[in-house]
Write a protein that binds this ligand. Sequence first.
Ligand code: HEM
Length: 223
Amino acid sequence: MKNKVYIYRSFERFWHWMQAILIFFLAATGFEIHGVINFFGYANAVKYHSVAAYIFIILIVFAIFWHFATGEWKQYVPTLEHLRSQIDFYLVGIFRNAPHPTKKSVLSKLNPLQKLVYLALKILVIPTMVISGLLYMFYRYPQKGGIEGLNIDSINVIALFHTAGAFLLLAFIIVHLYLVTTGTTITSNLKAMITGYEEIETEEGSNEEKSNKTNLKEEVVNE
Ligand code: HEM
């Protein structure tokens, strides 16, 4: 049976969209610093990139707190179960109208491939960007102060990590935007991340079904 289920809470949606805007803006200003685009002007791009980076770090601190306070970190524990069938689905099944191999629920809203990729972003790519970005900010120019141990010679390695991470994030964004359209309908995943609600296949007596009934009752009472 299909039910409208409240799957993404308000902070989660706020965090998701803020993160999307910030990463997009950091990529745009970053690639201007890198010399591949020209939009804000180099000096402005550096200034805006630093401001966005600080906002991004504050958002990350709140997001870490939220994940642990709500227990939502458990959604990202990786599993090999159904991983193969999920990959097969994206490579073959999706083009043959095959059903999704895993079902979304409030307790397990990420498929095995998402769990793995999002975990890698959280513990590898984002920390690499933050750490290399901060080192980039505080390395010591020949003519001015900064962290003494991080002098101009270390900048090449820092820039390499930071730029490689930026390309990985860019690749992720492209794949992510495509996968967003592969839900039950083209817009169902997008709508869910905007409104919090998604039509999900639920089983009779499941938690989703019960909480959905409670939500519906609340809506009736509020009307
Ligand atoms: C907290 C996170 C971040 C911090 C602290 C940070 C900081 C910095 C700093 C200080 C620079 C050098 C600016 C200069 O040359 O004066 C830089 C460059 C750059 N940043 Fe970031 N950044 C962060 C996140 C990101 C993200 C998320 C992206 C991309 C999605 C990105 C992409 C770039 C790129 C492409 C460059 C140019 C690298 C080069 O050409 O060497 N940054 N960043």
